[in-house]
Write a protein that binds this ligand. Structure first.
Ligand SMILES: NC(=O)c1ccc[n+]([C@@H]2O[C@H](COP(=O)([O-])OP(=O)(O)OC[C@H]3O[C@@H](n4cnc5c(N)ncnc54)[C@H](OP(=O)(O)O)[C@@H]3O)[C@@H](O)[C@H]2O)c1
Length: 316
């Protein structure tokens, strides 16, 4: 492997053309509580993220019915209406306890998402979290019905462990439907999917592992330190002690980025998830963040860089 090689495209949606191995996460689109929408960034920044991404050939957008209480899907729907090229929309079902008629609730929620998005069909419909209120088998049956009714082209799960994923996989398989993806947290600061064997199992089954929070909610950009912690709720999540322990990894990210002609730490962190065979979906609040992240699909780390990052992130 050399730095001049390009990452391989990914077949996320069965039967559809392969896409570059990166999408855009839209949790922050309209979310005031965690991300501070309306104070540091606004709707026009998000439109710029959307335009910049599709102009660069990055057409996968990941949303959910709960993001910004529906605002994320509404923004996407608004931007899609004037889009100059076809996009791929992935959204998610949230298994709230109040949703008693479990399988019907999935289809009803999908209709709600389609209304907000202004679409007749999404590309990927995912169950957001495993839950006692929706077993993996119930999820499989409901997702199969969504495909059979033409409401989605493909289906996936999110935050499922290997055993839960296999249970849904088998239900879908019996109906002749592939489980397209499992969306889980995966980054240099969260390597659980490697340690648990989930990533290997996904590869064996042909299930794309979609990596969420791939730059650790901004922490791997190198922008935050113990003296300059991230704002809002992230301040509680990432302690000063953790941010101090992270410094050697951030130094490694910078050194590797410099070696590859001035790549940013975020680009190196994203490229590491791509080198591991996953599909990262970094969030972006501004076009400049999106542009920075998108560059991660235009080159590939060398094997020795990946090994160095593996080592530097082993005992965080
Ligand atoms: N399925 C699930 O349960 C689940 C859970 C979480 C996320 N997700 C999905 O995964 C997506 C991404 O995860 P995430 O938003 O949690 O974390 P992330 O992608 O690791 O981090 C996104 C944040 O990092 C900062 N950032 C992004 N690009 C940057 C750059 N190039 N340079 C410097 N800072 C940059 C921005 O925040 P600041 O500018 O404020 O620092 C941005 O909001 C979400 O949007 C969502 O679609 C899914």
């Amino acid at each position: 492997m050399t730095g001049k090689q390009m990452p391989s495209p990914i077949n996320l949606i069965p039967g559809e053309p392969a896409i570059p191995p990166l999408g855009i996460g839209t949790w922050s689109w309209g979310d005031r509580v965690f991300w501070g929408f309306g104070s540091t960034y606004t709707r026009s920044d998000l439109r710029a993220v959307f335009e910049s991404s599709i102009n660069a050939g990055i057409v996968l957008f990941d949303t959910a019915e709960v993001y910004g209480m529906g605002r994320s899907e509404r923004f996407l729907g608004e931007f899609i209406r004037t889009a100059t090229r076809q996009v791929i929309i992935a959204t998610k079902y949230f298994p709230f306890p109040r949703r008693l008629k479990r399988e019907q609730a999935v289809l009803a929620a999908l209709h709600g998402s389609l209304r907000r998005l202004g679409l007749d069909q999404v590309d990927l419909y995912q169950v957001h979290w495993p839950s006692p209120f929706l077993s993996p088998e119930e999820a499989g049956r409901a997702l199969a019905a969504a495909v059979e009714e033409g409401l989605t082209k493909a289906v996936g799960v999110s935050n499922y462990d290997t055993e839960q994923m296999l249970r849904t996989y088998e239900v879908l398989d019996r109906r002749g439907i592939a489980l397209a993806s499992n969306q889980v947290e995966y980054s240099l600061t969260h390597r659980q999917p490697e340690k648990s064997g989930l990533l290997d199992r996904c590869k064996e089954l042909g299930v794309t592992l979609i990596a969420y929070s791939p730059i650790a909610q901004g922490i791997l950009s190198g922008r935050y330190t113990a003296e300059n912690p991230p704002p809002g709720r992230r301040k509680q999540k990432f302690s000063a002690d953790f941010l101090t322990r992270l410094q050697p990894l951030l130094t490694t990210l910078k050194e590797i980025g410099e070696k590859h002609g001035g790549k940013s730490p975020a680009q190196v962190a994203l490229n590491w998830t791509i080198a591991k065979g996953t599909l990262p979906i970094p969030g972006a609040k501004t076009a400049s963040q999106a542009d920075d992240n998108i560059e991660a699909v235009r080159w590939l780390l060398e094997e020795s860089d990946v090994a160095r990052l593996d080592e530097a992130s082993l005992y965080l």
